[in-house]
Design a protein around this ligand. Structure first.
Ligand SMILES: *Cc1c(COP(=O)(O)O)cnc(C)c1O
Length: 370
């Protein structure tokens, strides 16, 4: 079986993690790895401050708490994403408004923001889906013009660049995940990038149960335990040594697929816009024309030949639970609806061998009669 993805874990990871374990600094409150990892990751992205958390989901939640998101507030959110992006808004009791996406990048379509604006909207969350940067200039302008905050969900896009600038640094907060299949991993983990030292200090305090200063147990407010551990941060520090290599490998995999699958009828391939550097987190294709609506068949045929795939995310406005519970009207975002039904990604791990890749190309071409 060729898996969709597997992390690269080597000697360095083993060494860093075992040093952390042997030091007996295993929690999120002792040992020096967490602040080191925060600083290294922030420096890598060109950000001022990093705040490590237990996951990409908790990074998003903590970022929104920091922005004081309240019940009754509305947030404009790219509808096609891991639902964690929406959950974070809902954890705050606020109302997410799904925004449709562009058919080529699968990212939030900035031209739809204006029409979605109400006087309750306080912010925008964009998602750099599958590692391709969102078209940030119009989003940044829209937020500035309407006095809205901007959060980037960059959970799939570590190191991706828009007009030369690394994603996660455009808005008020940039959120990342270090789950096992992301660009780098700490097993589970996340990070918020922030500009302001005071905002970062407050986020670290809330992450740490909002402990008090002079009396630790006179809490400053409602806190959470979203602490990454010293052991996980050790893994993260080792992974930072390979982040550039992982991205280069992802880009190589994507280039080889795009070459091999070019011109296949009924298959839309991922793009890379001229002003963007995608990290091609996963190579995501969309069935169209004569193959539209036949994803189950295609995925089953690939699985039959030992090729694992994964279906595209289901957009917020197509989630049965949220439709049935009155959070959203079904089918508000038709472009995302079609991508969600017809998209899937093929094996894209950084360790995928060229021969396995060629097998994926051959099988996919055969299944699609190309
Ligand atoms: C993975 C992911 C998340 C959630 O991250 P976890 O670390 O799994 O909590 C959020 N948003 C997007 C776009 C993701 O891909």
């Amino acid at each position: 079986m060729i898996p969709t993805s597997a992390p690269v874990i080597g000697q360095l990871e083993t060494q860093f993690v075992s040093e952390a374990v042997m030091s007996s600094h295993v929690s999120g409150l002792s040992g020096g790895n967490v602040p080191l990892f925060e600083q290294e990751f922030a420096d890598y992205c060109g950000a001022e401050h990093g705040v490590a958390t237990t996951s990409g989901t908790t990074a998003l939640h903590l970022a929104l708490i920091g922005l004081d998101l309240q019940p009754g507030d509305e947030v404009l959110v790219a509808t096609l994403t891991n639902m964690a992006t929406f959950f974070a808004v809902l954890y705050c009791g606020a109302t997410p408004i799904p925004i449709d996406v562009e058919s080529d990048t699968c990212n939030l379509d900035p031209s739809l923001l204006e029409d979605a604006l109400t006087d309750r909207v306080v912010g925008v969350i964009v998602v750099h889906l599958f590692g391709h940067p969102v078209d940030m200039d119009p989003v940044v302008d829209f937020c500035a013009a309407n006095d809205l905050w901007l959060v980037e969900d960059a959970a799939e896009a570590h190191g991706a660049k828009y007009k030369g600038r690394t994603v996660g640094t455009f808005g008020d907060a940039g959120c990342f995940s270090f789950f096992a299949n992301k660009i780098i991993t700490t097993g589970e983990g996340g990070m918020i990038l922030l500009r302001d030292a005071a905002v970062a200090a407050r986020a670290r305090n809330i992450r740490n149960l909002a402990f008090g200063d002079s009396n630790r147990f006179m809490h400053k407010g409602l806190g959470f335990n979203y602490r990454l551990t010293n052991v996980q941060a050790a893994l993260g520090l080792a992974q930072m040594r390979r982040i550039d290599e992982n991205i280069a490998l992802k880009r190589q995999v994507a280039a080889r697929y795009s070459e091999g699958l070019r011109g296949v009828d009924g298959l839309r391939l991922p793009v890379e816009r001229p002003d963007c550097e995608s990290v091609f987190w996963m190579y995501h294709v969309v069935l169209q024309d004569q193959w539209e609506g036949r994803r189950d068949y295609v995925r089953a045929a690939l699985l039959d030949r030992g090729i694992e795939t994964r279906e595209c995310f289901v957009p917020f406005d197509q989630q049965d639970y949220f439709v049935e519970h009155g959070h959203v009207k079904r089918g508000l975002c038709p472009v995302a609806g079609s991508i969600g039904m017809n998209g899937f990604y093929i094996p894209s791990g950084p360790v995928l061998s060229p021969s396995d890749q060629d097998k994926v190309v051959d099988v996919l071409r055969t299944v699609l009669g190309a």
